[in-house]
Design a protein around this ligand. Structure first.
Ligand SMILES: NC(=O)c1ccc[n+]([C@@H]2O[C@H](COP(=O)([O-])OP(=O)(O)OC[C@H]3O[C@@H](n4cnc5c(N)ncnc54)[C@H](OP(=O)(O)O)[C@@H]3O)[C@@H](O)[C@H]2O)c1
Length: 379
C-alpha cells in the first residue's frame, strides 16, 4: 500500500442547456493511493501538470448524445493534459516519464488504459505545448479504449467524436482544405485563440495577406490587447475587434476591398453570413468550428448561402482527428519553425486546479488570450 493523499477533481454537477456557468461544475476532494495496487495491470498513475482547456469540453457537458457522449455527472471530467508518471504497471511506461494525452481534470489520475497516452518526444520545447501546438490525435481504435475503460462511460463507441488538438487542427484546415497560394487573401476569426493564431502565422509564411478578428480589448496575462497581439506578435497584416463593429459586412469590405480567397471559420453565425458576401470566385472556407453556436439553445440560421453557388465557393467541415496520418508531416514543418523562432505560440496559463471552471467558461466569453491552459503542478 502506498501513501494516500488528497486529490482535487473537477466534477460536472448538471448537464448544461445553453450558457455554461462556473456553478455547473464544482471541485471535489477525494483520496488516491500514490502506488498502483497489485492486480491492477497495465495502468499508470499520473500527476497532472498542465491541463488543456478546449471548446469541445462544453459539447460533452450537454446531454446530447447525437453529437458526442456526455460526461458522467458527479465524476471527474476528462480532457487532454501533460503529466508525470508516478507509478506504472504497464510495460511501456516508467516512473518519472513525461507523457501527454487523455487524462481527467484532477490533480492525480489512475489511467487504466494508457494506450491513450503518448511520451513527450521533444524535451527542449515547453511542456505545455503538448496541450496545443504540438499535440497529436488519438486514432479511432485508441479512442475506443479510452471511452470504454478510462472514463467509465457506457456509449456507442462508433458515435464518438473527439475534436483534435490546435496545432494539427490549424495545419489540416489551412493546408489540406484551403490549398493556399502566395498572394491570396485570408481571413481568420477567433484569430488570437489556440488555433487562430497558428492559422494566421501559417498563412503569412505561405505568402498570403492575412486579416484576423478577435473580440476583447481587455489586458491579459500577456499584457497586450488581442488585436495588438494579432498585428504585433503574430504578424497579421490587419486585425479588428469584431465586438466594436456594428456591420461585419462593412468591416470586411474595409479590409478586403477585392474580396476574400480563404476564410478559416471558427465562429459561425452572423460572421459567416458577412464572409459569404465578401468571398471571391472559387474561394475556400474551412469550417473548423462555430463557437458562437455552442452556447445557445437554438442555432442561428445563415443567409447568403446562394453565394456558395454563384461564387463557386468550396466550404467544407472537417474533424482534424481524421487526418492523423499527417501528424509526422506537421511536426516536420512546425518543430523547426518553433526552434528557429519563426513562429510563436501564446498561451494563457491559469494557475491551479481551482481555476479550471473559470477557464472553461472564459473560452465562451473570449476571456482567454491564446491557448488556454491550466497549470496544476510544475514538474
Ligand atoms: N474541427 C476540429 O477538428 C476542431 C478541433 C479543435 C477545435 N475546433 C474549433 O475551433 C474553434 C477555435 O477553438 P480553439 O481551441 O482555438 O479556441 P480559442 O480560439 O482559443 O478560444 C475560443 C475563442 O472563441 C471566441 N469566441 C467565444 N465565443 C464567441 C462567440 N459567441 N462569437 C465569436 N467568437 C467567440 C473567443 O475569442 P474572441 O471573442 O476574442 O475572438 C474565444 O477566445 C472552436 O470553434 C472549436 O470548436 C475544431
Amino acid at each position: 500500500m502506498g501513501e494516500e493523499i488528497s486529490n482535487k477533481q473537477v466534477i460536472l454537477n448538471n448537464y448544461v442547456k445553453a450558457y455554461v456557468k462556473e456553478s455547473d461544475m464544482s471541485l471535489r476532494t477525494s483520496k488516491i493511493q500514490l502506488k498502483i495496487l497489485s492486480g491492477c495491470d497495465d495502468a499508470v498513475l499520473l500527476k497532472n501538470l498542465y491541463l488543456s482547456i478546449d471548446p469541445f469540453i462544453l459539447t460533452h457537458m450537454k446531454n446530447e448524445e447525437h453529437f458526442v457522449p456526455p460526461y458522467k455527472l458527479d465524476s471527474p471530467i476528462f480532457g487532454y493534459g501533460v503529466s508525470k508518471v508516478l507509478d506504472s504497471s504497464h510495460p511501456n511506461f516508467k516512473t518519472g516519464e513525461l507523457v501527454w494525452g487523455f487524462t481527467c481534470l484532477e490533480e492525480y489520475s489512475l489511467i487504466k488504459d494508457p494506450d491513450t497516452l503518448f511520451k513527450v518526444h521533444d524535451k527542449d520545447l515547453p511542456l505545455s505545448y503538448y496541450t496545443g501546438i504540438l499535440g497529436e490525435f488519438l486514432e479511432p481504435i485508441v479512442m475506443i479504449g479510452l471511452f470504454s475503460l478510462n472514463v467509465r462511460l457506457k456509449i456507442n463507441v462508433f458515435r464518438v467524436i473527439i475534436l483534435g488538438m490546435p496545432g494539427m487542427t490549424a495545419y489540416v484546415g489551412f493546408f489540406e482544405f484551403c490549398s493556399p497560394k502566395k498572394g491570396e487573401t485570408v481571413y481568420v476569426s477567433a484569430a488570437s485563440g489556440a488555433i487562430g493564431q497558428l492559422v494566421g502565422q501559417f498563412a503569412k509564411n505561405a505568402g498570403c495577406y492575412v486579416v484576423g478578428s478577435a473580440g476583447s480589448k481587455e489586458k491579459s496575462a500577456v499584457a497586450l490587447m488581442k488585436v495588438d497581439l494579432l498585428k504585433n506578435k503574430f504578424g497579421f497584416d490587419e486585425a479588428f475587434n469584431y465586438k466594436e463593429e456594428q456591420d461585419y459586412n462593412a468591416a470586411l469590405k474595409r479590409y478586403f476591398p477585392d474580396g476574400i480567397d480563404i476564410y478559416f471559420e471558427n465562429v459561425g453565425g452572423k460572421m459567416l453570413e458577412a464572409v459569404l458576401s465578401n468571398m471571391r470566385l472559387y474561394g475556400r472556407v474551412a469550417v473548423c468550428g462555430m463557437i458562437s453556436q455552442y452556447n445557445i439553445e437554438q442555432h442561428e440560421g445563415v443567409h447568403n448561402l446562394l453565394y456558395v453557388l454563384t461564387k463557386r465557393i468550396r466550404m467544407e467541415g472537417y474533424q482534424a482527428n481524421e487526418h492523423y496520418h499527417l501528424y509526422p508531416k506537421y511536426l516536420e514543418m512546425v518543430v523547426p519553425l518553433i526552434k528557429e523562432e519563426k513562429i510563436t505560440y501564446v498561451e494563457d496559463i491559469a494557475e491551479g486546479i481551482e481555476s479550471v471552471p473559470g477557464a472553461i467558461v472564459g473560452l465562451f466569453s473570449g476571456r482567454n488570450v491564446g491557448k488556454q491552459v491550466v497549470v496544476v503542478a510544475r514538474e
